[in-house]
Design a protein around this ligand. Structure first.
Ligand SMILES: O=C(CO)[C@H](O)[C@H](O)COP(=O)(O)O
Length: 213
């Protein structure tokens, strides 16, 4: 279970500062959709330049124009980029093709997808599937991702949306490959300490899960 730190609603400088504070405990830095929208693709290249040895995910949330958007991300240094699962399958396939051509990865964001759409997406086993509770749902309905969705263990999957140490502690069943954490670290008074505490909880969870396997 890798930790992906979502860097959202920050300036590029603030994002680099927080990423540097948490770096030791993080596997993947996510350049949040808000950074890409506010500052552009340069936010991806700035993060990659600052952390050349870290995996960088561009949370592009592509819905159309996939070849153009994914090439922009990969040429800027992203190792992974996201596409919305509600997009036409032609868009999903274009993202997967662009990722394969650049030897990069696609994350399919399952936000608001129906069961039928998920069933159509799961054959794309080269993708990482992200079970995501949106910021608006979190803020308007007080919900967060409880990690209760079940996935075929042969799929690569991630969880996102208001994840905290408590939600990781209460996870039951198979663990996701990636846990995406944003505000619980970026909004903490001491991001480094928050990242360390979350990483310890994750390590304990992994040990428990191996013990029960
Ligand atoms: O995609 C996102 C927002 O659309 C964020 O990456 C995701 O929600 C994680 O951040 P947080 O832990 O603050 O919810």
């Amino acid at each position: 279970m890798k930790i992906q730190l979502a860097l959202d609603r920050l300036s590029i400088e603030e994002a680099i500062k927080i990423a540097g504070q948490a770096e030791k405990f993080i596997d993947i830095f996510e350049v949040g959709t808000s950074l890409i929208k506010e500052y552009g693709i340069v936010s991806i290249s700035r993060l990659k330049e600052a952390f050349p040895d870290k995996l960088i995910l561009a949370d592009m949330k592509t819905m159309d124009n996939a070849i153009y958007e994914f090439q922009l991300c990969f040429e800027a240094g992203a190792d992974m980029a996201t596409v919305m699962g509600v997009s036409p399958l032609q868009t999903i396939e274009t993202c997967l093709e662009a990722a394969a051509e650049h030897q990069k990865k696609t994350m399919i964001d399952l936000l608001n997808t129906s069961e039928e759409q998920r069933t159509a997406l799961f054959p794309y086993t080269e993708a990482i599937f992200c079970d995501h509770v949106s910021k608006d749902v979190q803020e308007k309905s007080g919900l967060h991702n409880t990690a209760s969705a079940t996935f075929d263990p042969s799929l690569q999957w991630a969880i996102a949306g208001g994840i905290t140490g408590e939600s990781i502690q209460t996870m039951a069943g198979p663990l996701p490959d990636i846990v995406v954490i944003g505000s619980a670290i970026t909004k903490a008074p001491q991001p480094e300490k928050a990242a360390e505490a979350l990483s310890e909880i994750i390590e304990r969870k992994k040990a428990e899960s191996h013990g029960s396997a």
